[in-house]
Write a protein that binds this ligand. Structure first.
Ligand SMILES: *[C@@H]1O[C@H](CO)[C@@H](O)[C@H](O)[C@H]1NC(C)=O
Ligand SMILES: *[C@@H]1O[C@H](CO)[C@@H](O)[C@H](O)[C@H]1NC(C)=O
Ligand SMILES: *[C@@H]1O[C@H](CO)[C@@H](O)[C@H](O)[C@H]1NC(C)=O
Length: 598
């Protein structure tokens, strides 16, 4: 109560005092107002909105209480940026392109109640960025790009009631992220990318009443952390009546247990028997022994990334009857035996990116009848042999990007009849593996970009023509495409990516009547009469396609779609044009619809 009182006194008395003491010249100084601002000195309110200011103007009246700087270009808030404005209670810095708040930026603002930093470009906050804001009630950080919060960031905000962190990019909340927020009642974390809350992430919030977490990627509700926040501030140890290995943290209400990055050299024992998520990433387990996870029959999600794992011994996963997600990326695995995966019959998602697999661990997949999604990006797979996926009958998503594939044999993919997404991009394929696509009646998305394809053979996509919706052939060194390369593909195709190739020409593709996206940018189109059919087709398409003429020099830089001057002299131009002109728009629209119904 002291603050507001004194600040209402001071403004009314001080100017008069100055005036009396120092005469008229300083009266003008007391009433100063930066040119770019509007000062309502009776209300102690200054607004300098949308002025492209790159720094806080230095002639703002000292007694200002509310300062509105929204819509400027401050970029950086330097240390003690507001030290000459000690009476500020409201500071609005929305939409100021702020990328950095320096340590001590707000020092001296001990009376500030509201700080609005929403809609800026902050990706991180230094630990002492918010120092000195001891009266702050409300902090708006919505709509930034914050990816992480360091423990202690909010430590100085003992009076804060509302903290808004919605619409950021938070992935993970470390333990004690909100330490010090003793009076905070409302915490907004919606619209982030949170997948894991560290045990104790919400510790230190004893007054919390409302927590919004919608639109995140949490697998389990953090009911635990919440109740901990309500009732038991401080350490989680007294909350942990259930067992928990030394060096780990186990939260009974969320059923999450974590020993991330603790330098462990063996999988610890003694987790609560109802644990659903176990996070062991960033430890060192070169070999995972038989029955490494005893008593964890309720485990759904197991994180073993970055653990130097070279081997999973037979029976390693024994007893994990309910396991659905297994994360083994960023390890040293070069193989997996069926025996190693036995014991996890419900496994749906297997993450094996960034390992050393020279081939798809086909036999192991036979132990996984429910496997839905297999991630093998960035390994050393050079060949998909017949039968490689023999066990994977339920597989929907197969990611093999960034391997060394030169060949996909006929029959290699066939057993996976449910396959919907096939990612073969950034490999060494010299042609589309057409025969291997046979027997994939449900394929929706085929990624072949970044392979040295050069040309497409006729009917290259025929086997998946009926189902395919998205086709990626960008950055594939394509030099020419025959009119029959896409035969079989029809109205089902929604997107076609042909950007960044070497195409000088492309036939019209009228059978692709329902395209929503076709990207032809980054190709050196040669705009002469042979391109007239493409020009005609694109003109009727009503899509932005990015096709640009590279040659001849007279047409360079023109859009293929718009370069009428190039095509006017071509034989056949006038006849068609005359026919089209009277009702050109309506007929162009009706035609595809007719085609659809035929
Ligand atoms: C701010 O910059 C933009 C773009 O340069 C300009 O259009 C605008 O008129 C500027 N505003 C002011 C108030 O100077
Ligand atoms: C877990 O262990 C407790 C006590 O040791 C026991 O009472 C409970 O039945 C066990 N629960 C499961 C699901 O095994
Ligand atoms: C192909 O294009 C897609 C969509 O623009 C993009 O995400 C992908 O990275 C590209 N692939 C390569 C190899 O450039």
């Amino acid at each position: 109560m002291e603050g507001p009182q004194s600040s209402t006194h001071v403004p009314s008395v001080l100017p008069l005092l100055l005036l009396l003491l120092l005469g008229p010249a300083s009266y003008a100084v007391a009433q100063r107002c930066p040119q770019t601002c509007i000062c309502d000195n009776s209300r102690r309110h200054v607004a300098c909105r949308h002025q492209n200011l790159t720094e806080v103007p230095n002639t703002i009246p000292e007694l200002t209480q509310e300062l509105d700087l929204q819509g400027n270009m401050l970029k950086v808030i330097p240390p003690e940026a507001f030290q000459d404005l000690p009476y500020l209670t409201h500071l609005d810095l929305r939409h100021c392109r702020v990328e950095l708040v320096a340590e001590g930026a707000f020092r001296g603002l001990g009376r500030l109640l509201l700080l609005n930093l929403a809609s800026n470009r902050l990706s991180t906050l230094p630990q002492e960025a918010l120092d000195g804001l001891r009266s702050l009630r409300r902090l708006e950080l919505e709509g930034n790009m914050l990816e992480e919060l360091r423990p202690g960031t909010f430590g100085a905000l003992g009076a804060l009631v509302t903290l808004n962190l919605a619409h950021n990019a938070l992935v993970y909340l470390p333990a004690m992220a909100f330490q010090g927020l003793l009076r905070t009642r409302w915490l907004r974390l919606s619209h982030n990318a949170l997948s894991v809350l560290a045990p104790e992430a919400l510790a230190g919030l004893p007054a919390l009443r409302r927590l919004s977490l919608q639109h995140n990627e949490l697998q389990a509700l953090p009911g635990a952390a919440l109740s901990q926040a309500r009732g038991r501030p401080g350490n989680g140890e007294d909350a942990a009546a259930a067992p928990c290995p030394h060096a780990c943290a186990c939260v009974s209400e969320t059923r999450h247990s974590s020993c991330e990055g603790r330098g462990l050299q063996a999988v610890p024992r003694g987790f609560p028997n109802d644990t659903q998520l176990l996070d062991l990433r960033r430890n060192l387990f070169p070999s995972v022994p038989r029955a490494a996870f005893p008593g964890l029959g309720h485990l759904v999600s197991l994180h073993l990334q970055h653990c130097g794992i070279a081997e999973l011994e037979p029976g390693a996963l024994a007893g994990l009857d309910r396991l659905i997600y297994l994360y083994l990326s960023d390890n040293q695995l070069s193989g997996l035996s069926a025996a190693a995966l036995e014991g996890a019959p419900r496994l749906g998602y297997l993450y094996l990116e960034h390992n050393r697999f020279p081939q798809v661990p086909g036999t192991a997949l036979r132990a996984l009848p429910s496997l839905f999604s297999l991630h093998l990006q960035d390994n050393a797979v050079d060949h998909l042999a017949p039968g490689a996926l023999a066990g994977a009958r339920a597989l929907r998503f197969l990611y093999l990007s960034g391997n060394r594939l030169t060949q996909v044999s006929p029959g290699a993919l066939g057993p996976a009849r449910e396959l919907e997404k096939l990612y073969l991009d950034q490999n060494q394929l010299r042609e589309v593996p057409t025969q291997a696509l046979e027997g994939l009646p449900a394929l929706l998305e085929l990624q072949l970009s970044g392979n040295p394809l050069r040309a497409l053979q006729d009917g290259a996509f025929q086997p998946v023509g009926r189902s395919l919706q998205h086709l990626f052939l960008n950055s594939s060194g394509l030099e020419q495409i025959s009119p029959r390369a896409f035969s079989g593909l029809g109205p089902g195709l929604q997107s076609l990516h042909l950007q960044k190739n070497q195409l000088q020409a492309l036939p019209a593709l009228p059978s692709l009547s329902q395209l929503e996206l076709i990207d032809l940018s980054g190709n050196p189109f040669h705009c002469d009469c042979q391109l007239l059919p493409l020009h005609r087709w694109l003109t009727g398409l009503n899509l932005r396609v990015g096709a640009t003429c590279a040659t001849p020099p007279s047409a360079r830089g023109q859009r293929v779609k718009a370069a009428a001057a190039v095509f006017e002299p071509c034989p056949g131009w006038t006849a068609r044009k005359a026919k089209q002109t009277p009702a050109s728009r309506p007929s162009a629209r009706r035609n595809p619809i007719k085609r659809r119904h035929q």
